[in-house]
Design a binder for this molecule. Structure first.
Ligand code: HEM
Ligand code: HEM
Length: 179
């Protein structure tokens, strides 16, 4: 296990840090934060990038030589970092997002996110943590589920976003990023 940890640290410090940051804090609006993300979910996504089930020009090169053991070790490595909590830049938008996250939109049939992503958007195992995630990244992923560009094992999220408006997507992204 100690060897795995050292290996993960070496890989992360050798290449992943350029986009995801030295502690998984991300280096720009377009790169997801990995700090505090669940090891199981990270492993699942790396596996999907490698098989081609999840498409990303940035990631496909990165994972081409990773073994399953290394993927899990990287997951465990990033899971340990804790992100500092940030205030929402747009508190009114976040307030709207808070409502949707906890209640959905019963008029259009958007389900509440809380039932899968957890009360504090903390997620679990294969359910990704959304708390503290970069809002721009979340918004992009929701749109990509909607356009069926992110297709790996995502029937659930396809159904979730089907009825969402752009405003609702931006609002939940703003809310969970400040959790
Ligand atoms: C997404 C890990 C290197 C750019 C992801 C995700 C993981 C990950 C687990 C999915 C996150 C999620 O679903 O929340 C890693 C690891 C790396 C690495 C372990 C090193 C081996 C890089 C580098 C770049 C990059 C160097 C930039 C050139 C991205 C982008 C996405 C992403 C753009 C989002 C893809 C999308 O839009 O679906 N990465 N990454 N990554 N990574 Fe990396
Ligand atoms: C993934 C948002 C509701 C299950 C995601 C991701 C986002 C998201 C942004 C991608 C995270 C990342 O790339 O790091 C939301 C929002 C919801 C919602 C805003 C409410 C409007 C739900 C519900 C369920 C669910 C109700 C369960 C029935 C999942 C699962 C994944 C996921 C399983 C991971 C998919 C994969 O492995 O690629 N969600 N979600 N979500 N969500 Fe949701």
């Amino acid at each position: 296990a100690q060897a795995d940890e050292a290996r993960a640290k070496k890989i992360a410090g050798g290449s992943c840090f350029l986009c995801h940051g030295a502690q998984g804090e991300s280096t720009s609006e377009v790169f997801p934060r990995l700090a505090g993300q669940h090891a199981e979910y990270i492993t699942k996504q790396l596996t999907a990038f490698k098989s081609g089930a999840r498409k990303s020009t940035a990631m496909v090169e990165m994972v081409s030589k990773l073994t399953p053991d290394e993927m899990l070790a990287l997951g465990k490595y990033y899971e340990k970092f804790v992100l500092p909590r940030e205030e929402a830049k747009d508190p009114q938008l976040a307030a709207m997002g808070r409502y949707i996250f906890h209640n959905g939109n019963k008029f259009s049939g958007v389900p509440a996110c809380v039932s899968c992503h957890g009360t504090n958007a903390e997620g679990a195992a294969n359910l990704p943590r959304l708390a503290g995630q970069i809002p721009g990244y979340i918004h992009t992923q929701l749109k990509s589920f909607n356009k069926r560009e992110r297709t790996n094992d995502n029937a659930v999220m396809h159904a979730v976003v089907e009825k969402m408006t752009e405003l609702e997507m931006a609002a939940v992204a703003e809310y969970v990023s400040s959790k």
